[in-house]
Design a protein around this ligand. Structure first.
Ligand code: EPZ
Length: 420
């Protein structure tokens, strides 16, 4: 198992290009199950989650070919049940449920387990599919779904912490082949949902309102193959922007869509970070004096929960107190105790972390617990005096394409080492 050994104290300088979005490509790969025809997806990031999803599609009978960042999928024949372990391992794979049910009128998909950031139930996914007419039972760790036909209807898909991203994706995909019109109220508005709707529309689906809380889908009898280029990863872009500011450097981020993460850019500006936009590129440079700001994670277009950990590192570097409140996932502060190993002073009060900035960080061995926590530890390691060893970076490889290589090109002293 690999770790990352980081020698801190080097300001990042130079240019970096953002990869395709993990959270857009996973549901788009699942959507290829809705047609027998060939689909071509471009700007596919080289991530372990993408590899897993490819293996899951193959286990369902689809032909999956990959050449660099282009994926070709042909699901000419598919079966309703895939590899239990593969599906259980990757939560994102739950979004094969809607397409399988729509295409085959039956599906047997392993129930995704909880994860370290929260219990992550799928009750809203099941509620939506039942509203379309599916009969759903949980048997032997599987979600078993079947329906003579799926019929369009109106539904409210909001939960205790607001809309669900993959739940909206699942229902939107199932409704494309349902009879009649489906209206999803309290739908997720994330750019990844809009990108999926764009791909489905290219396949012949009839969808309006994606990106707003009300999505309308008029069912069609079948969908055809399509080509699509995935949007850039706004979370990766935000991570590099924060890394530039935290290390006191200047980085130009290319191939980015700033309108997809305005809430993050707004908070960075509020904390004094300099951000200059030039066309599809953003230049982020250090603040003359970094100021503490308060953050509350919210559904899109609010501050994304997937950037909370990285932003916490930046707040550790301010001369003041900032309050970071996590409203989406109930236990997404696993990085706090690891940041404390590096010398940070953070107290947790219910859903909030009170960050007392101003203490210098010093390198130490730390453990990554999940994808975004690992990104935060890498940023902290690049700031801390001396060496930091970030263990279990398989979490990082799930969501960041060649991140250590990209950081080295920006001057970071970072290398992959075998974990002893
Ligand atoms: C997506 O997960 C992303 N994953 C997550 O990114 C991201 O953090 C999350 O959306 C929120 O933005 C992918 O797209 C693959 P949700 P998803 O359903 O769809 C509750 C990363 O780091 N809920 O929008 O699984 C749920 O527990 C990952 O890249 C229910 O109660 O998240 C949570 O509190 C981590 N019942 C809230 O809603 C349900 O049926 C939002 O979850 C579904 C969700």
């Amino acid at each position: 198992m690999d770790s990352l050994l980081i020698k801190g104290g080097v300001p990042l300088h130079g240019d970096v290009t953002i990869s395709g979005a993990k959270n857009a490509v996973l549901p788009i790969m699942a959507a290829t199950l809705l047609t027998r025809e060939r689909c071509i997806i471009r700007r596919v990031p080289n991530l372990s989650d993408v590899t897993f999803m490819g293996q899951i599609l193959s286990s369902l009978g689809a032909e999956v070919k990959r050449e660099e960042n282009t994926l070709e999928v042909r699901a000419a024949k598919v079966k309703g049940m895939g590899d239990y372990e593969l599906i259980r391992k990757m939560r994102g794979s739950i979004c094969i449920l809607g397409p399988l049910l729509a295409r085959l009128h039956k599906a047997r998909v392993s129930l995704p387990g909880g994860c370290v950031i929260g219990s992550r139930p799928i009750d809203l996914h099941l509620k939506g599919l039942e509203a379309l007419g599916a009969k759903i039972t949980i048997e032997a760790g599987y979600v078993v779904a079947q329906a003579k036909r799926l019929t369009g209807t109106d539904m409210f898909l909001g939960g205790r912490s607001g809309p669900t991203v993959l739940g909206t994706a699942n229902i939107m995909m199932a409704a494309t082949l349902a009879e009649g019109v489906t209206i999803i109220e309290s739908a997720a508005c994330e750019p990844e949902v809009v990108d999926l709707a764009k791909f489905l529309t290219a396949m012949g689906a009839k969808i309006s309102g994606a990106g707003s809380p009300t999505i309308t889908i008029t069912g069609v009898s079948e969908l055809h193959g399509a080509e699509h280029e995935v949007i850039p990863d706004r979370v990766e872009a935000a991570t590099f922007a924060i890394a530039a500011a935290a290390t006191g450097g200047e980085v130009t981020i290319h191939g980015v869509r700033p309108e997809h993460f305005h809430a993050v850019l707004d908070k960075l500006k509020e904390s004094g970070v300099k951000i200059v936009r030039n066309g599809p590129a953003l230049t982020v440079s250090k603040a003359s004096r970094l100021k503490p700001v308060d953050i509350t994670t919210l559904p899109y277009a609010g501050f994304p929960t997937d950037v909370q950990a990285q932003m916490m590192v930046l707040m550790v570097l301010t001369q003041g107190i900032s309050i970071i409140t996590e409203r989406i996932f109930e236990s997404r502060f696993m990085h706090v105790s690891e940041l404390a190993r590096l010398g940070a002073d953070i107290a947790i009060e219910g859903p909030s972390a009170i960050v007392k900035g101003g203490r210098a960080l010093s390198g130490a061995p730390v453990m990554a617990s999940d994808l975004r926590a690992s990104a935060a530890l890498v940023i902290a390691g690049m700031v801390a005096r001396g060496s930091t060893l970030v263990k279990r970076i398989y979490h990082l490889d799930r969501g960041y394409e060649n991140i250590d290589e990209k950081l080295r090109k920006l001057g970071a002293r970072i290398e992959r080492v075998e974990e002893t």
